[in-house]
Design a protein around this ligand. Structure first.
Ligand SMILES: [Ca+2]
Length: 216
């Protein structure tokens, strides 16, 4: 969302009635939010450029970045969930890969919804996450949409001293999943941050997000 106005309109509309797509989580890593917003293992916050790096797995690819907030996909009629981010591999990471994983709230466990493999085209050692990537899953027998759904990015291969650089992580749905939870959008205003949106009764924290107008 390079333009602030659509984000503002979307936030306002989503609080009143279901309209899609609706951003339910967004982070450009302009600040170190790892402690508050993620359950992470083997993840570094990089102040310059503002990204995160998931280290290549030291123990069966265990390193991961998991969004701490669980999503309520049971209410609101959502049928599609989209995860988008920018990424890069370190230049020496031939044969390496990371996955995008989804877990519903019914005990199914983590499901791999996408695997991103190294190619020579996406090598990058300067910390810039230059490759846009999007994966969408549809509600059905394979992917159940429940209250308590979760998303994580996880290293899929073994030892190495490099990592996967990630930026501009966004989770969105085709219809608002929010029932009893508000959508909070942070708009970068003149000279600072302006909080816009609503925050309704929350079971697991507030919905939050940022626009990308000041992304680095
Ligand atoms: Ca960034």
């Amino acid at each position: 969302m390079k333009n602030k106005l659509p984000a503002l309109f979307l936030a306002a509309a989503s609080t009143a009635f279901a309209v899609g797509p609706v951003v339910v989580f967004q982070d450009d890593f302009s600040t170190d939010t790892l402690a508050a917003d993620y359950s992470a293992s083997g993840v570094d916050y990089n102040a310059t450029p503002e990204t995160v790096t998931i280290k290549r797995g030291w123990n069966g690819g265990a390193n991961h970045l998991e969004i701490a907030e669980k999503f309520d996909l049971a209410a609101g009629g959502a049928t599609e969930l989209t995860v988008a981010f920018d990424y890069a591999f370190g230049a020496s990471m031939y044969g390496s890969a990371f996955t995008v994983q989804y877990k519903d709230g019914s005990g199914t466990g983590w499901q791999v919804i996408d695997t991103i493999n190294y190619t020579g085209l996406n090598a990058n050692d300067d910390g810039l996450a230059a490759n846009p990537h999007t994966i969408t899953i549809t509600e059905g027998a394979t992917y159940k949409f429940t209250d308590g759904a979760a998303i994580r990015l996880k290293a899929a291969d073994g030892n190495g001293n490099k990592g996967y650089t990630i930026d501009n992580l966004t989770v969105s749905v085709d219809q608002s999943p929010v029932s009893g939870k508000g959508t909070v959008i942070l708009i970068s205003g003149l000279g600072g941050w302006l909080l816009f949106g609503v925050c309704l009764a929350s079971r697991g924290g507030t919905r939050r997000g940022r626009d990308n107008s000041g992304r680095k």
